[in-house]
Design a protein around this ligand. Structure first.
Ligand SMILES: *[C@@H]1O[C@H](CO)[C@@H](O)[C@H](O)[C@H]1NC(C)=O
Ligand SMILES: *[C@@H]1O[C@H](CO)[C@@H](O)[C@H](O)[C@H]1NC(C)=O
Ligand SMILES: *[C@@H]1O[C@H](CO)[C@@H](O)[C@H](O)[C@H]1NC(C)=O
Ligand SMILES: *[C@@H]1O[C@H](CO)[C@@H](O)[C@H](O)[C@H]1NC(C)=O
Ligand SMILES: *[C@@H]1O[C@H](CO)[C@@H](O)[C@H](O)[C@H]1NC(C)=O
Length: 372
């Protein structure tokens, strides 16, 4: 079924303005629902920061998180808005399920071809190590297993990796804590780690590299800045900064675009609570264009109706919602690659026309009735 056929069918059922009202309502409602979800997500994060287990339960009960170790690990690894102390506490718990999450969390870390200090930097940045010895033990054990899995042959056993990791963390404190007066030399560090490779010695240059790395740069402990990103949509098809050519005033404005559910939204800032504009994609087409002023341009337009204004809404500075005045939306992407990605995503979104699916289902029903 071509776009044309689809449009003709739509026109037969409802006049154009009604279609637009429906499309627009749908996009607004998609937006409202995701705002609601965001609110719940924010509540879940707050709860997590106060009591990790309760927070996770809340998110699972609200269907914002699946109750699987992989999904929870992913959530902690992304860590958006989460207190890293709370992440550390949760991952360190003795419960079987928490240990499963801990291992899934480590699988999200890629340590291949990193030396032990580089891997530890990455690991220790993703949460704050809890104070409790048992918790630290479980976490360092999981770390050592993952490191050895990613780098087979570097150490004789996981235990070697575990012991050396502790030695390196202690070295960090000795070298960088001003209260420690007696700074170990590389010789002493090497001597202290004699025989830890299942009775054998580790290569001296390996130990020297680790020593130098820590000496030059201490491990950083992540700040708990509680960064509160307002994520407008949960899993948008695509989002990013683009330049948009104005409808009435022909100036280029930088806007944060989000594509989701056959609607294209744009915002002035990523943290805006309301979109500046909503463009329902039903009935539109997309093409690449050359622009004399900007590179990597593409355009949303109405096929075969060059001069018709695209139905879309935007919010004025004073908060009034007005109809847009675009016969086309010309947009410039920062790179050729991003342009192609946007075009492909928008094409895919347009071809998943929810009205088409609705119509198709209804037609099937009607034709099956006819057959009776
Ligand atoms: C959809 O596109 C057709 C042309 O393909 C046009 O006649 C019609 O007015 C458009 N409808 C809306 C709601 O924009
Ligand atoms: C999640 O699943 C585990 C079993 O895998 C169960 O013990 C726990 O109660 C579940 N949590 C929630 C919040 O449903
Ligand atoms: C490493 O040393 C620095 C400086 O003393 C300290 O801030 C940091 O907490 C230490 N890191 C670890 C993992 O002990
Ligand atoms: C993170 O949690 C710890 C422990 O509960 C707390 O001391 C710290 O203030 C929290 N950080 C933020 C930014 O809330
Ligand atoms: C829309 O823009 C055109 C010029 O591109 C202008 O002539 C027209 O008056 C504008 N319409 C509104 C409603 O602003």
């Amino acid at each position: 079924v071509s776009d044309e056929d689809l449009n003709r069918e739509k026109q037969q059922i409802l006049p154009e303005t009604r279609w637009f009202a429906i499309s627009f309502q749908r996009c607004s409602s998609v937006f409202r629902k995701s705002m609601q979800r965001n609110k719940q997500m924010a509540t879940g994060r707050k709860k997590f920061n106060m009591d990790p287990t309760k927070g996770i339960c809340f998110l699972i009960d609200s269907s914002l998180l699946k109750n699987t170790s992989d999904d929870i690990a992913q959530f902690l690894y992304k860590g958006e808005g989460l207190n890293k102390t709370a992440i550390g506490d949760y991952l360190g718990e003795r419960d079987d399920f928490n240990i499963e999450v801990l291992h899934a969390f480590l699988e999200l870390h890629e340590f291949t071809d990193l030396n032990l200090v580089q891997a530890l930097r990455q690991f220790l940045w993703s949460f704050r190590l809890p104070g409790e010895a048992q918790k630290i033990d479980r976490m360092m054990e999981a770390f050592a297993q993952r490191y050895c899995h990613c780098n087979p042959g570097v150490f004789q056993s996981t235990d070697t990796c575990y012991i050396l990791s502790f030695a390196v963390i202690m070295l960090n404190t000795s070298l960088h804590n001003p209260n420690v007066k007696d700074k170990p030399s590389v010789q002493r560090f090497t001597a202290m780690n004699r025989g830890i490779n299942d009775g054998g010695d580790l290569p001296e240059d390996l130990l020297r590299n680790l020593y130098d790395s820590i000496k030059n740069e201490p491990f950083k402990i992540p700040e708990d800045d509680g960064n509160d990103l307002t994520h407008t949509f949960f899993n948008p098809d695509r989002e990013g900064w683009l330049l948009k050519l104005g409808g009435r005033v022909k100036t280029w404005k930088r806007r944060w675009f989000i594509l989701t559910d056959n609607c294209l939204y744009y915002f002035e800032y990523t943290t805006d609570k309301e979109p500046r504009g909503i463009i329902p994609l039903e009935n539109l087409s997309i093409r690449e264009v050359d622009d004399s002023k900007k590179p990597n341009c593409f355009e949303l337009f109405i096929p075969n109706h060059k001069d018709q204004v695209i139905k879309a809404c935007k919010t004025e500075a004073d908060g009034r919602v007005v109809e847009g005045n675009h016969t086309f939306y010309r947009i410039s992407a920062p790179t050729a690659e991003e342009k192609d990605e946007w075009i492909n995503s928008i094409k895919a979104a347009i071809s998943k026309d929810p009205f088409y699916e609705m119509l198709a289902a209804r037609k099937k029903k009607v034709s099956s009735l006819k057959g009776l």
